[in-house]
Design a binder for this molecule. Sequence first.
Ligand code: SF4
Length: 463
Amino acid sequence: FFLGRAKVEFNHLMVVSFFLLVFIMRSYSSIVQNGQSLYIHLPFCRRRCYYCDFPISVVGDKSSSIASKTKSYIDLVFQELENTAGSKDIKLMSCYLGGGTPSLASGEEIHRLLSRVRDTYSLTDNAEVTIEADPGTFNEEKLKEYCAAGVTRLSLGVQTFEEDELQAIGRSHSAQEALDAIELVAKFADSGKLRHGWSLDIISGLPGQTLNSWQRTLEKTIQAQPWHVSAYDLQIQPGTAFGYWYGAARPQLMNNEKIKFSSKLLPVLPTEDEAADLYIETSRVLQKSGYEHYEISSYSRLGRSTHNALYWQPGGTWLALGLGATSAHAITDAPYPVSQKFSRPRTMSAYATYVAELRKNKTFPPQASTNITLEDALAEDLMTSLRTAAGLPLARVRSLAGPKHLKAILRATEDARLNDLAFIYHTPQPHARSSLRLSDPDGFLCSNYIIANIFAELGNLGR
Ligand code: SF4
């Protein structure tokens, strides 16, 4: 089962998405009332990248159209905010402006948005306020305005430094724009204007990518010295351009002569083995350069993101606003720490209807079903904890789920532990802090299989 990387299914992110989707479908929550983190989705992008299945709205390059659409959208978000449970009693440790491409918004709009957040909630003294930004969408003046509006951290979506790879995935920016953006952002972080630093996003497994080209991207990443790196592996999602080009239907399409579908236009995707090699190289190179690999896709040199840390906690709570945004609400009477998720509609018209309903009828969406089993909650904990280097605390499972569930987890990971894909990390004293961890990088690479095996074993308990 665990033998050979050739059989590794390299899609960690898909597992999480699938799990969240199932969970969302099962458990609509009421409007989230409390939280220490706020996510606001700003959905506009100049065009859709070929791999992207995020809830976005394409606005092209015309700045007047971007400005008017952003203004109307933020007005809609304000209506959502007014009709949810905003309160000064809620202390935000972090506010995250994600997208989409939030950096298409002007400094004035970001100021208007963050002022309303501050009018509604309390922000802690050291609150982290992150904006996602793409190269080619901001300059020094705009960055100054963002910082003046309260932004303290920036997450830069570079993805690759190779020009042909950027084109192959349909990004709107060039490699030179990425380098220019890095120079600017690093200057703001070094001078303390972005006091929580900055993060760089890169993606491995891109069409046409080789170990050599990926090594060049990693080298430039290290030279840029970001405080944090998110290194994802490309997922081919159904419904995207890549889903169509590279998805399961492609062999049939290629054999159908009526379809002009020249393979010359499509660079070859790395195989699963090659993609695994890229993942291993990322882990090796970044750790050698002083980055801590603290989560499957996340590396930190100077402090982790407060916002991300909340996502890895079982029962984590966060507020969310905007198109397609998902909030999480801790269930206080659950047998195990768990939160219910609620995702807002993913199209602009459906989101506008949702906000209108919210204004009319404050109980929209439907009240939460609290019918969450111990196994549901434990599954969520496994999905999040085993993605992190800190792993799954065994004492938490023993005390909250009981020895039977703990034994099942240990039984299910016996092979993985024999093959050095997982291990029990024992603290010298007290043993109460021992945890089940996946090895880096091989265990992380096999996380899908290991977690699926645990789910199967837990499923057997009820029979
Ligand atoms: S910039 Fe990001 S959100 Fe926008 S289309 Fe590309 S991947 Fe999707």
